[in-house]
Design a protein around this ligand. Structure first.
Ligand SMILES: [Zn+2]
Length: 103
């Protein structure tokens, strides 16, 4: 795992097939084609710290520990069992909308 200097090859966590990077096109009906979906999950621990600017305030946030990447190809993501598996992986994550994972 992790060949240095080379492009990272990833494979679907469900069927194991190699997935292709997202293809960008200049024109056409589809501007880009997504071959797989990468989702980061893991255990969230709630952290509380003091606001450095105002010591009477506390800041709460969730720290992702044991991050784990799950890759689902576009074929697998449509399967019911994969969908429910992903749902169970992501339940318990505080919802704040469906924004993209950074990274
Ligand atoms: Zn797959």
């Amino acid at each position: 795992m992790g060949v240095e200097g080379g492009p990272e090859v990833e494979s679907c966590s469900y069927c194991g097939r190699q997935v292709n990077p997202t293809l960008h096109r200049r024109s056409g009906d589809k501007a880009f084609e997504v071959d797989y979906y990468r989702l980061i999950t893991g255990q969230l621990s709630k952290m509380v710290m003091q606001d450095p600017r105002d010591e009477s305030q506390q800041i709460e946030f969730y720290k992702l520990s044991l991050p784990r990447a799950v890759i689902a190809c576009r074929d697998c993501i449509q399967k019911q069992e994969v969908e429910s598996d992903l749902e169970s992986l992501f339940s318990g994550v505080p919802g704040n909308g469906g924004e993209e994972a950074a990274g």
